[in-house]
Design a protein around this ligand. Structure first.
Ligand SMILES: Nc1nc2c(ncn2[C@@H]2O[C@H](COP(=O)(O)OP(=O)(O)O)[C@@H](O)[C@H]2O)c(=O)[nH]1
Ligand SMILES: [Mg+2]
Length: 355
């Protein structure tokens, strides 16, 4: 093969190898557990908030007891649990101890609920201090803000900040106000231990994370600046793209097979549009004096290679999102069209000025 041609086969082979590595990585994630602990008085809106955030009514999911009967665990998705611990608010200290031991040992994140209509009671402040002493990641959720005027909400927020030392996240699980913000705060905390992906599996707000990942992968691809031709770092590029596709598939609860990834690749980056993009790049490279087979990343050629790698990654990311979001029901021809549209969009809006 000529050195200046789109090397479809090497690119596809690189994807096959990336698949094996990425697959193992995601198997490990799948064996983990995520436990979201809900704490707060009866009627604060714990169940309703989870429902608004995820679309799942966990009260209809059969509860499993946790390690004690004082804790109800609901499995919302494989390995993803919500723990209800009403015992933590019980005046019976013994029950409370068992529930708090569970939270201390097992919870990844605590959502501590307050009712905006009530504000914060002495009992709730004391309970919060005990919970804070567990040293767990905790968000204070101020629900039912729809029941107050805007200035009253501000007042309650300030009161809570005063009493607890941290700002609550104001939401209404009835109107949906603030729910996306709550989602973002949960994701931010779980990113630290890599469990954000598990949470996103149940979240209704998947796409803003997808957008963030695609933009990060696009920037990384730009940095790699690989052209899918021999002598270029297509292994790094395909690994980046495979990782992106897996992550997106995962949050839509899909584990792609190798065949599936390969058909996605064939209908996007190594398909007709991908080839066209690379051919355009090669023509442009020659125009700036690039000699096929010579060192690729000369200053004059770097920007072109970078922008090809970036645009392919950007378009591939969005095509993957459409495909996995549809549960792989979307026709691959349609996926190719989306790839094309996103590539055009990237060129128009995102690409830095041409050299
Ligand atoms: N107005 C209003 N009502 C809410 C809100 N969230 C929950 N509720 C209502 O409050 C009641 C208790 O909610 P629920 O989720 O069962 O509370 P939990 O006991 O903490 O799980 C239900 O009637 C909900 O419909 C909210 O944001 N605003
Ligand atoms: Mg409830």
């Amino acid at each position: 093969m000529e050195n200046n041609e789109f090397d479809q086969k090497s690119y596809e082979d690189a994807f096959k190898r990336s698949y094996d590595e990425t697959h193992t990585e995601f198997e490990n994630i799948s064996n983990q557990k995520l436990i979201i602990s809900l704490i707060g008085s009866v009627n604060a809106g714990k169940s309703k908030t989870i429902n608004t955030l995820t679309g799942i009514d966990y009260t209809e999911v059969k509860a499993r007891s946790g390690w004690t009967k004082e804790v109800s665990l609901y499995e919302l998705n494989k390995g993803v649990f919500v723990a209800d611990t009403p015992g933590l608010f019980d005046i019976d200290a013994d029950i409370s101890k068992k529930a708090s031991d569970f939270v201390a040992n097992s919870a990844d994140i605590i959502l501590y609920f307050l009712n905006a209509g009530v504000g914060i009671t002495k009992h709730e402040k004391k309970a919060f201090e005990e919970i804070a002493a567990l040293g767990k990641q905790t968000l204070v959720v101020l629900n039912k803000i729809d029941s107050l005027e805007q200035n009253e909400v501000t007042e309650v927020i300030n009161q809570i900040k005063e009493e607890l030392g941290i700002f609550p996240i104001p939401i209404s699980s009835k109107t949906g106000e603030g729910i996306q913000n709550l989602n973002n705060e949960i994701v931010k905390i779980l990113e630290a231990n890599g469990k954000d992906l598990m949470f996103l599996k149940i979240s209704k707000f998947k796409e803003q994370s997808v957008k963030k990942w695609i933009n990060a992968a696009t920037a990384a691809a730009f940095g790699i600046g690989a052209l899918p031709i021999p002598g270029s770092d297509i292994i790094a590029l395909s690994a980046l793209q495979t990782g992106l596709a897996f992550k997106i598939a995962y949050i839509y609860d899909i584990k792609p097979t190798k065949e599936d990834i390969m058909s996605l690749v064939a209908s996007t980056v190594t398909g007709s549009i991908g080839k066209q993009v690379v051919r355009w790049g090669i023509t442009t490279l020659k125009a700036v004096g690039w000699i096929p087979g010579a060192q690729l990343l000369e200053v004059a050629t770097m920007a072109i290679a970078a922008s090809i790698a970036a645009s392919l990654t950007y378009a591939f990311g969005w095509a993957s999102n459409a495909y996995y979001k549809s549960g792989m029901a979307l026709d691959l021809g349609e996926v190719g069209k989306i790839f094309n549209e996103k590539y055009e969009m990237y060129k128009k809006e995102k690409e830095p000025a041409k050299v």
